[in-house]
Design a protein around this ligand. Structure first.
Ligand code: SAM
Ligand code: SF4
Length: 353
């Protein structure tokens, strides 16, 4: 029988997120909240919550280049993982478009037998310069982060005046034939929850596949509070009050989004609610960090370093066995909101969302 990547709960891994850099040109308030606007936003929220202990931020340091996997190393891990059943690969970061020569990595990944879906998540700022070569290199799908349509609010959230570039990127992705073009918004109470309807109008106007995501405790400020999470159910109720939504049936039980279509067939929205409605029971995802650590959960407290094997002359067989052994240790579920929850030391920007 062909071996595969199954964990001790019977889940079979099919999806690998590959972070190609831990660096970023944005400072999103829910990810790397290092701006004054972010500090102001959280200060007011903490005061309002009368929170007795303001959080201690995680000290962020970029990994030195020597610790970041080379394209050859990434390609090898993906090839071996694909031999073990990984089918979907998503290039992410940090901001993946900051990685020099990304198109040559994409071209290598696109050639790997078994990889049937090759996607990228990006903030879109550099996509106007790089979109065409990435498409030609074999990138099949692209998702953009788009948390606001108001230039001032966009800047407040992302720490950079980038709305115009991201909108241009979305248009370019459609021209280049990426189908569907996806966009994601992390919704935070008191920050951009008033834009849920306008983001949906925009998705419909542009015929996008749009995802609303709950805020997760993976920010470098450790400032996440459950009061800031807008539960998926609430987002859905808001949208149902405005739009005639039909549930989209899916045969893929590991899908993270609950999806909804519109009566006229234009665009689709998805709600990703890992905090209020966890989907750990069907999780089939693994994450490879830019510095070569394999993570079996976004919220893992341990990581498995593949670099010593990759740089120490290990054979494909040895690495294959290690991948299987790591997957057997995959956590059953996350513990967000429970008294024993511990936020991982590494932030979303380092893990690769
Ligand atoms: N820089 C790229 C981007 O922003 O699209 C790719 C990396 S980013 C870490 C991947 C995804 O994680 C983005 O969709 C982002 O919105 C999401 N993300 C980051 N921090 C998050 C958090 N604390 N909660 C929920 N989603 C988060
Ligand atoms: Fe924002 Fe993505 Fe950068 Fe995080 S990694 S700060 S989500 S653009």
């Amino acid at each position: 029988m062909r071996s595969n990547l199954s964990d001790s709960f019977g889940r079979v891994m099919r999806d690998l997120r590959v972070s190609v850099t831990d660096r970023c040109n944005f400072r999103c308030l829910y990810c790397l909240p290092e701006t004054e606007e972010a500090a102001d936003f959280y200060r007011v929220k903490f005061d309002a919550l009368k929170n007795p202990s303001p959080p201690t931020p995680i000290t962020r340091e970029w990994k030195p280049r020597s610790q970041i996997l080379t394209f050859e190393e990434i390609e090898r891990v993906v090839r071996l993982a694909a031999q073990l059943g990984i089918e979907k690969v998503r290039v992410t970061g940090g901001e993946p478009l900051l990685r020099h020569g990304l198109e040559s990595l994409v071209a290598r990944l696109a050639q790997i037998p078994g990889v049937t879906d090759l996607a990228m998540t990006t903030n879109g700022f550099l996509f106007p310069q790089k979109g065409r070569t990435l498409r030609e290199a074999g990138l099949q799908r692209v998702s953009f982060s788009l948390d606001s349509l108001d230039p001032a609010n966009f800047k407040r959230i992302a720490g950079r005046d980038g709305l115009r570039s991201v909108l241009a990127s979305i248009d370019l992705a459609q021209e280049l034939g990426f189908r569907p073009v996806k966009a994601n918004a992390v919704i935070i109470r008191g920050l951009n929850d008033h834009e849920i309807e306008s983001l949906t109008d925009f998705a419909r106007q542009k015929n996008l596949s749009f995802r609303f995501i709950e805020f997760m405790p993976l920010d470098s400020g450790r400032a996440w509070q459950k009061e800031l999470v807008v539960p998926g159910r609430e987002i859905l109720q808001r949208l149902q009050a405005r739009f005639d939504l039909q549930p989209v049936k899916s045969s893929n039980i590991s899908e993270t989004a609950k999806r909804w279509s519109f009566a006229d067939g234009r665009s689709e929205i998805g709600i990703i609610a890992p905090v209020s409605e966890p989907f750990c029971g069907h999780c089939n995802r693994l994450r490879l960090t830019a510095d070569g650590k394999l993570r079996t959960c976004l919220f893992s407290l341990t990581e498995h370093d593949l670099k010593p094997l990759l740089r120490g002359g290990a054979s494909d067989g040895v690495i294959n066995e290690r991948l299987q052994e790591i997957v057997r240790q995959k956590e059953e579920r996350h513990h967000i909101g429970e008294p024993d929850f511990v936020q991982p030391e590494r932030t979303m920007s380092c893990i690769g969302g």
